[in-house]
Design a protein around this ligand. Structure first.
Ligand code: CA
Length: 229
């Protein structure tokens, strides 16, 4: 496993590296103190996970994230500062998979990382899973390809996993708690904002209307339901 940390605070880089190496002895940790260098490394080193700070000397973490998402769906955990909720919202908006607030304990960090990696790898694919095709939407589970009107669309791991779980429970109301628990993991059942933002992105990418969604339907105060397009 290869982890990339993009952060200019050397103490945090060291703490995070140590934490990964203690937990995964085979893990390779690489780091960049500047956003531009970090971007290079995402491209050349193809890490399995990126830990990205918002405050960087050359460009802010949001810009880095936006650029990463132009070419890579690698799971990204943003490092944010306590009390800066708009940063969190913005990071998720731009395609971060999760965030962690500084200062954090190594236990907190590992829990987040494990949850994110589980989401990235955890969608079970058995050979006999037939593609889902309905209306303009088609999903090939074997290759994880999602198409709208025959055009492939790019989903982050989390969005894919969310869509997968919704499709597999087609027509059923899934509560917020249920979705958060299944897609994000234990410890996330209260994170409704996280769910809301990801549903919003997924709808956008599926071309589902935000005002009157037809594919991912909101059941007010309860949860969401996938309806065949
Ligand atoms: Ca920093």
């Amino acid at each position: 496993m290869k982890i990339l940390i993009i952060e200019d605070d050397s103490e945090i880089v060291e703490a995070v590296s140590l934490c990964f190496q203690l937990r995964w002895s085979g893990a390779t940790v690489i780091s960049a103190t500047q956003g531009a260098k970090g971007l290079d490394l995402v491209e050349t080193e193809t890490p399995d996970l990126v830990v990205l700070d918002i405050g960087l000397p050359d460009m802010d973490g949001f810009k880095v994230l936006r650029e990463i998402r132009q070419f890579s769906q690698v799971p990204v955990i943003m490092l944010t500062v306590r009390g800066e909720d708009t940063d969190v919202a913005k990071g998720l908006e731009l395609g971060a998979d999760d965030y962690i607030t500084k200062p954090f304990s190594h236990i907190e960090l590992l829990a987040r990382v494990q949850a994110v990696l589980r989401r990235a790898q955890g969608v079970s694919v058995t050979g006999d899973e037939r593609p889902f095709v309905s209306g303009k939407l088609s999903v090939d589970f074997a290759s994880r390809t999602v198409k709208i009107n025959g055009q492939p669309i790019k989903l982050t791991f989390t969005e894919y996993r969310l869509l997968y779980y919704l499709i597999k429970n087609e027509g059923r109301l899934l509560t917020h708690e249920n979705l958060l628990n299944k897609v994000w993991g234990e410890g996330y059942t209260e994170a409704r904002d996280l769910l809301r933002v990801h549903i919003q992105h997924l709808r956008q990418k599926l071309g589902d209307s935000a005002e009157s969604p037809k594919i991912i339907v909101t059941e007010h105060g309860m949860g969401y339901k996938f309806v065949r397009p």
